[in-house]
Design a protein around this ligand. Structure first.
Ligand code: UGA
Length: 443
């Protein structure tokens, strides 16, 4: 079966390469000519462990090809995955412009039966909208061409994208016809080992599952972040609380790590989108709304903590703060909605000078924080980053920070404040307190 993937962002590119790995013939399409040219030459535009190696392999097996030509990919494919971006509008709703443009193009160019699959996270009802657009375009050509619409959300995590995509814990297929269901089950029924359960449902349920899953995880994080703030006040330890809560199988210990707030391309966008979808239907998502607010509060609290310790009357003028980790999570170069952005802005506004280091996030930080450039120096490693600092903030839990020489960090510093926003060293709290004026989250 020939598979087409439209959009080569995180989701589309990983999907395409993984489908090739599953033995299917894949063509990926993007309007960005440079990106497509690079991909044809094995150059991956994002940092995702293992992705380049797998791409190189399938460029050799010739199971994957790239194009900028919509007609070519439509001719080639029986199943077309739409994986273009759905950025947030000002009001939090999802911007469907790219998805709708693709639907128009498909309607203009489709020539025989195809299954059109939404892989992008799209609001409930988008499947029907796409169907309407394609149908109208076909009618405008005075043709009769059969096609089916399917919703097949992606649950991969950045930094673990290949692992998640090759070993998913569930496959969700939302469709309207037996024919589409059979084709989709055929594609996903071929995992060599550990065949995941396939949940067949209708399009709307499938579209909702994705939002419900992401929103629930965001709520879980905001919940534990609020517990962390309270734990600090009452003298409790949030990591022990989370661990013991997690022993209850109904709760699970996952996504209960307190931190500086969730970020990334999904949780912030999807939580706002589901609130906006609900509003359109006259409903309110009170719990998710509270999680969004708690996440904003969490980032502000992190800034307040530093100012409380280092400042005089809310002023940290001239204080030098080292930031370890900029990306929204480890093993990615993605800076979209990273908590580091708001926290760095808050610290600079209060007068701080920033020295930042991140294994992969510096390139993107440079343009995302361009307006603050005069107050930020980017450093080559954690040791250079700590030179002359009053305080260090461990912002993102890259594994290289876990093993760093903390005495060397201390010796490089001018002062000895250490803010561990991920609780990486909280198990060594006594040691940390003997070296630094140490703050760890929720304890
Ligand atoms: C998330 C979901 O986990 C994926 O299942 C989903 O497919 C993806 O969104 C998507 O919709 O495409 P991702 O954004 O890559 O994946 O990253 P996560 O690992 O979920 O982390 C999101 C944020 O939550 C990060 O800022 C992370 O630091 C934070 N987080 C996560 C915590 O603060 N505490 C935790 O316990 C877990």
């Amino acid at each position: 079966m020939n598979i087409g993937v439209i959009g080569t962002g995180y989701v589309g590119l990983v999907q395409g390469i993984v489908m090739a790995q599953m033995g299917l013939n894949v063509m990926c399409m993007d309007v960005d000519k440079k990106k497509i040219n690079d991909l044809k030459n094995g150059i991956v535009p994002i940092y995702e462990p293992g992705l380049k190696e797998l791409l190189d392999h399938h460029l050799e097996t010739k199971r994957i090809d790239f194009t900028t030509d919509m007609a070519e990919i439509i001719n080639f494919s029986t199943v077309l995955f739409i994986a273009v971006g759905t950025p947030a509008n000002e009001d939090g709703s999802a911007d469907l412009e790219y998805v709708e443009n693709v639907a128009h193009e498909i309607g203009k160019l489709i020539n025989n039966y195809k299954v059109i699959v939404t892989k992008s996270t799209v609001p409930v009802g988008t499947g029907k909208i796409i169907k309407g657009i394609i149908r109208k375009e076909i009618e405008a050509r005075n043709c009769e061409i059969d096609f089916d619409i399917v919703s097949n959300p992606e649950f991969l995590r950045e930094g673990k994208a290949l692992q998640d995509c090759l070993n998913p814990n569930r496959i969700v297929i939302g469709c309207e016809t037996e024919k589409a269901k059979e084709i989709m089950n055929d594609i996903y029924g071929s995992f060599n080992t550990n065949q995941p359960p396939i949940v067949n449902t209708n399009i709307e349920t499938s579209e909702m599952i994705k939002y419900a899953s992401n929103a629930f995880l965001a709520v879980k994080i905001s919940f534990i972040n609020e517990m962390a703030l309270l734990s600090e006040k009452v003298g409790a330890d949030v990591q022990t609380i989370a661990r013991v809560m997690g022993m209850d199988g109904r709760i699970s210990p996952k996504f209960l790590h307190a931190g500086p707030g969730y970020g990334g391309s999904c949780f912030p966008k999807d939580t706002k989108a589901i609130v906006s979808i609900a509003k359109n239907y006259g409903e309110s998502m009170l719990v998710i709304d509270a999680a969004i607010k708690a996440n904003e509060k969490q980032k502000n609290k992190m800034v307040e903590k530093v100012i409380d310790k280092l400042g005089v009357e809310n002023n940290i003028n001239g204080r030098v703060i080292g930031i370890l980790g900029l990306s929204f999570k480890p093993e990615t170069d993605d800076m979209r909605d990273a908590p580091s952005i708001d926290i760095i802005k808050g610290l600079i506004k209060a007068g701080a000078q920033i020295q930042a280091y991140c294994p992969k996030g510096i390139k993107e930080s440079k343009w995302r924080l361009i307006d603050y450039d005069a107050s930020i120096k980017y450093m080559n490693d954690e040791y250079e980053c700590s030179k002359g600092c009053d305080a260090m903030i461990l912002m993102t839990e890259w594994s290289q920070f876990r093993g760093m020489d903390i005495n060397r960090i201390k010796n490089n510093m001018k002062n000895n404040y250490f803010f561990d926003f991920r609780g990486v060293f909280s198990k060594k709290k006594e040691l940390m307190e003997s070296i630094f004026d140490y703050y760890t989250i929720g304890n």
